[in-house]
Structures are given as structure tokens and as C-alpha cells.
Design a protein around this ligand. Structure first.
Ligand code: F6R
Length: 610
């Protein structure tokens, strides 16, 4: 989703801005733009439809130079993707603005500003910000005050940076619902919507808080809370590395990230587990005591992260004996819910910036949960900062828009939460030991499973021409079927649905014919017999089956059923293990169909708007 970079320096910042945009490319966008103030104090702007490469080529053809500048990658919300809708937007060749988020009252503001003589050149909500700031500047002649007055009139979400041609060594920024960080340099300062964009120039960051407005110059940073009071925000050093430039031997980041899963899982387990179970401090200081009180868990997330929550629900109730609800964040945030006594609120998010999940957390914190826990992959993200407790998945930066290693490491985090909750409940000492040992064996099992890649690559050919696919699973494999279907649709654009296999006869069976591939997730557990009956129901109707099965289940490949045997593993771990072949299947199908695997159409990595 949209990305922002800005800089105030003594040197030419154009390459810093373009490199920052390249580093945000993985988030998904449709157009890009940059504006700088040159030594002649003139505002120079270049925008284009399409990739940052096109923008960089345009800049190379017609070079820009400037020591203060802002840049943006846009993911269209208001107005189609086009050059004229790309940011930065300007007002009267004086004010330039880049903005992430959505201004909900833009239509009303636009018509007032038009009545006052401001001329709009785009269909975006962002352009109102540029004109608003200029209008306020005309009466206050102070950029900070003008921005404070402007943002007080905005409803909605924003992270924004504003540049004024007449105040060339200053950038103004504001945050409400969309992240913004200041990167501290020596004699120069930077801003971005994601620190990743600034790692080549700094490792020291200040995260703006909700409602903050800030001004930066080369030497100073001044931050004001929403009521205009000067505030100090902590400086954080990051040890994050940016490895996006390096796909290694892999053709796509998604494939690289699929193969990184044994390491990502091993890193996520590191130092958190011993033979007896989960270590007390795994979920933060004092968390172990708090978890003893918990009688109910409410999980909230979106997309793939929601699927990991669905798996956890099976685990929590079956193993720890703790009741658990899982809800999509965009539903939870807009309904009245009943909070059971002694409930824990768990949010799950790779990015920690998903607008709906953040809003759900903020709502949840007002509802009387005992405490809130974020399971997240990005340290310093809004979700982590705003939650009482955090469990960091250590998947490393995930660049592919389709989430892979973040999902499996979330499952590992949730598995550990189940062990921690189970300690004072139904999980006896022996069972704790058994499950801890199973978790420890996971990286090796994942390595083993990845050896199936060539088999799955061959299988993918069968799907290349298909329009639809059905995924089936039972128990905790049902969410894995859902995740398999989501992966296939998002990167190969094949319509895919997942059903709990027992639901087949209640409707979807009508879809079965020779053109409908049916993918079945079939570990060797106590539901296998039931699942085998569902497989027969499909067979009897001429469907073509692809069964991902435990090698000990002895399914046989035949004319209407291809069996992919997975290594036998502990029953508890099957959702994690069976995810991998489904990720590989989607990947290879997408490659055959020639889609943009790492940046599928219409999607964004971090969904910072509703
Ligand atoms: C799908 C995918 C999305 C995300 C969803 C939530 O592959 O990546 O469905 O899972 O947008 O994002 P996070 O986890 O960052 O909150």
C-alpha cells in the first residue's frame, strides 16, 4: 500500500528518495512520484503511472536535483491509477503533499475549497490537504500552524508530509491512523511511512504517535501532540536488516520466503522453549502470571493472519481447555461484542500496521479485556507499541505480498501461547514435554517437506488452465484449506474456495465435475476416516482429486486421484507442515500462468487503509 519517503539535507536527496521508494515497492502500488526543491528554490515534480523504475528512468532523462524533497508510491483509493492522480499533489506551485490513508470528508472540503477559488487537478482525496494547508498559510504565514489547523479539519486516516516552497529547509509531517517515522541523521533528517525505506541512511528512528504533528529541519526535530503541546518521543535504534535486494538463487521473493521457513521457525522458537515447555518470559515480563487468570481468548486479525487464528482456536480448546473466538478485524470493529470475564485479546499481524486490526485493538482496549497481546513480525510497529504484551515472530522481512513465512511463524507463536495457557490447566507435565519436543522437531520436518517442491512443480501444470479450485480440510486443517485457497487466488488469479469437508454435501458438491480440481489436506489423524468418505463423495461425481496425505495413510494414486505423500509428523504440527505444499502449489501455478508473483495485481503488502 502507499509509501512515503522524505528528506531534508545539505546534499542532493533524489537518490535517497528513489531508493526509499524501491524499498517500499513490496508493499504494492500503482504509481509513483517525487518532488524536490532545488537550489533555485523551484518546486520540481515528476510523477508516473507504474513502477518506481519508470519514475527513476524519467528522472534520469530529465534530472532533478534538490536537498529537500518528498516521494510517494500510491495505491489508488480515490481516483484511478494515473499520472495526474499520483502524489505529490501541489497547491498553486507552492505546497506539495504526499499522503497515505483516506480523508473521509474530502468531498465536502473539496467543494468549499473550490468555492474559495482553489483549482483541483486530480480526483484524489489528498489534493484537498495541499489546498487546505495553503489556505491556512495565507492567514497564519506559519507552516506549522497552518498544518495544525489543516489536520484539525480532516476526518479519516493519514500519514502525510508537506513541503512549502517558501520554507525550503523544513518538512511538516502528521500522523493519524497511518504510521510515520522520523529517521535521524547527522546534519540531515528523514521521514518515511516505514523505517525500512531509510535503512541506508539511518538506524535511529522516532515513531510519531496518534495525532502528532512534527516539523523537521536538517538539525531539529520538533513534535507536537494533537492538542499542540510540544512532546518528546523516544528514539529507537533498529538492528533490522534489509535483505530485499537479494533473492539469492530464487526467482521470486515468495519462493525464497517459502524456503526460509525452517530457519524462520527455528529463530521464532529460539530461547523460548525448554524440554518442559514454554519459558515464563516468552510473552513479556509478568505475562506468565497474567495468563494464569485467562479463561477466554478473543483473537482478531485479517487475511492470512486470521487463518492462523482459526487454527489456534482448535488448539486452545482441545489442548489448553481455554475457550476461544476468532474474528475478522473489519467485522469486530463495527459490532457490539460481549467480553467474557477474564478474557485475553490477541491480535495477529505480519506488518503490525493493518488498519482494521489496529482499530480493533484500539476498540478492544476500551472493552475490559484483562490484557492485549500482539503476535507480530515487525518490531516497533503500531500494533506492537499499542499492545500490552507482544510476541515477535522472527520471520525476517517478508517481501512477497502473499504471506508465507509470517503465517507459519504466527502458528508457532500461537502454539507456544497454547502451551503457556495450558500450563496451569489441562496440559499435564508429560503432555507439555511431548508438545515442546514436537515443536523443537519442526524446523527439521519443514526441511523434509520442502523436498517435495519438484513433485509439486510438476503437479502445478494440471492447474494452469483451470478457472476454479476447491480446497477441503477437516478440524485444524480446515483453516489450512482456507489459507491454501487464499494463496492460490491471490497470486494465480484462479478462483478458489475452501470448505470444511463435512459441508460438501450441503451445497458445494453441485460444483464437482471433471473441470474442478479438488485439493484435500489429509494428515493421518482421527478425522482421516471421515475425510476418506468425503473423498469418495467427490470421486463418485467425477471430480479430480489432489490429496496431500500422510505417507502412513497409504492413499494410492489413481486415474482420478493424485496423492502427494508428506512425511509423518506429530499430529499437533500438521497445520504448519501441510501449509508448505499448498504455498508451493500456488507459487508454481502462478509462475506457469505468468502473473506478477511477488506483487499480485490490486493487492498491497501492508493494508493501512480500511
Ligand atoms: C495474504 C496476505 C493478507 C494479509 C492481511 C493481513 O497472503 O498476506 O491476507 O495476511 O492483509 O496483514 P497483516 O498480517 O500484516 O495484518
Amino acid at each position: 500500500m502507499c509509501g512515503i519517503v522524505g528528506a531534508v539535507a545539505q546534499r542532493d536527496v533524489i537518490e535517497i528518495l528513489l531508493e526509499g521508494l524501491r524499498r517500499l515497492e513490496y508493499r504494492g502500488y500503482d504509481s509513483a512520484g517525487v518532488a524536490v526543491l532545488g537550489s533555485d528554490k523551484q518546486l520540481q515534480r515528476v510523477r508516473c503511472l507504474g513502477k518506481v523504475k519508470i519514475l527513476a528512468d524519467a528522472v534520469a532523462r530529465d534530472p532533478l536535483q534538490g536537498s529537500t524533497g518528498i516521494a510517494h508510491t500510491r495505491w489508488a483509493t480515490h481516483g484511478q491509477p494515473s499520472e495526474r492522480n499520483a502524489h505529490p499533489h501541489v497547491s498553486n506551485d507552492r505546497i506539495a503533499v504526499v499522503h497515505n490513508g483516506i480523508i473521509e470528508n474530502h468531498a465536502k472540503l473539496r467543494s468549499t475549497l473550490q468555492e474559495q477559488g482553489f483549482v483541483f487537478t486530480s480526483e484524489t482525496d489528498t489534493e484537498v490537504i495541499a489546498h487546505l494547508v495553503e489556505r491556512e498559510l495565507n492567514s497564519t504565514n506559519n507552516l506549522l500552524e497552518a498544518v495544525q489547523k489543516a489536520v484539525s479539519q480532516l476526518h479519516g486516516a493519514y500519514g502525510m508530509v508537506i513541503l512549502d516552497k517558501q520554507d525550503p529547509e523544513r518538512l511538516l509531517l502528521a500522523r493519524s491512523g497511518s504510521p510515520m517515522v522520523i529517521g535521524l541523521g547527522i546534519g540531515e533528517n528523514f521521514v518515511a511511512s516505514d523505517p525500512l525505506a531509510l535503512l541506508p541512511v539511518t538506524r535511529r528512528f522516532i515513531y510519531l504517535e496518534e495525532g502528532d504533528v512534527a516539523e523537521i529541519t536538517r538539525r531539529d526535530v520538533n513534535i507536537f501532540s494533537s492538542d499542540g503541546i510540544p512532546v518528546t518521543r523516544d528514539i529507537r535504534e533498529t538492528s533490522a536488516t534489509y535483505d530485499a535486494g537479494d533473492k539469492g538463487p530464487y526467482r521470486h521473493f515468495m519462493l525464497k520466503e517459502i524456503f526460509e521457513q525452517p530457519l524462520a521457525v527455528s529463530n521464532t522458537l529460539e530461547g523460548r522453549l525448554n524440554e518442559a515447555g514454554v519459558l515464563d518470559e516468552t510473552f513479556g515480563n509478568g505475562a506468565a502470571e497474567l495468563l494464569k487468570k485467562i479463561e477466554h481468548v478473543q483473537i482478531i486479525a485479517c487475511g492470512t493472519s486470521y487463518h492462523s487464528g482459526l487454527v489456534a482456536r482448535y488448539w486452545m480448546e482441545a489442548l489448553a481447555g481455554v475457550s476461544c473466538n476468532v474474528e475478522i478485524a473489519s467485522e469486530f470493529r463495527y459490532r457490539k461484542s460481549v467480553v467474557r470475564p477474564n478474557s485475553l485479546l490477541v491480535t495477529i499481524s505480519q506488518s503490525g500496521e493493518t488498519a482494521d486490526t489496529l482499530a480493533a485493538l484500539r476498540l478492544g482496549k476500551t472493552l475490559g479485556y484483562v490484557t492485549s497481546l500482539a503476535i507480530c513480525n515487525v518490531a516497533g510497529s503500531s500494533l506492537v507499541r499499542e499492545s500490552d504484551l507482544a510476541f515477535m515472530t522472527r520471520a525476517g522481512t517478508e517481501i512477497g505480498v502473499a504471506s508465507t513465512k509470517a503465517f507459519t511463524t504466527q502458528l508457532v507463536g500461537l502454539a507456544m501461547l497454547v502451551l503457556a495457557l495450558g500450563k496451569s490447566r489441562e496440559l499435564g507435565v508429560e503432555r507439555q514435554r511431548e508438545l515442546a519436543a514436537a515443536l523443537k522437531s519442526l524446523p527439521g520436518m519443514l526441511e523434509e517437506t520442502l523436498k517435495l517442491a519438484p513433485v509439486i512443480e510438476t503437479l502445478a501444470v494440471d492447474f494452469a488452465e483451470k478457472q476454479h479450485a476447491l480446497f477441503l480440510g477437516r478440524g485444524e486443517e480446515y483453516p489450512i484449506a482456507m489459507e491454501g485457497a487464499l494463496k492460490l487466488k491471490e497470486i494465480s488469479y484462479i478462483h478458489a474456495e475452501a470448505y470444511a469437508a463435512g459441508e460438501l454435501k450441503h451445497g458445494p458438491l453441485a460444483l464437482i465435475d471433471a473441470d474442478m480440481p479438488i485439493i484435500v489436506v489429509a494428515p493421518n489423524n482421527d478425522l482421516l476416516e471421515k475425510l476418506a468418505s468425503n473423498i469418495e463423495e467427490v470421486r463418485a461425481r467425477g471430480g479430480m482429486l489432489y490429496v496431500f496425505a500422510d505417507q502412513t495413510a497409504h492413499f494410492e494414486t489413481s486415474a482420478d486421484m493424485k496423492v502427494i505423500n508428506l512425511p509423518h509428523c506429530h499430529e499437533w504440527l500438521t497445520p504448519i507442515i501441510y501449509t508448505l505444499p499448498l504455498q508451493l502449489l500456488s507459487y508454481y501455478v502462478a509462475v506457469i500462468r505468468g502473473t506478477d508473483v511477488d506483487q499480485p495485481r490490486n493487492l498491497a503488502k501492508s493494508v493501512t487503509v480500511e
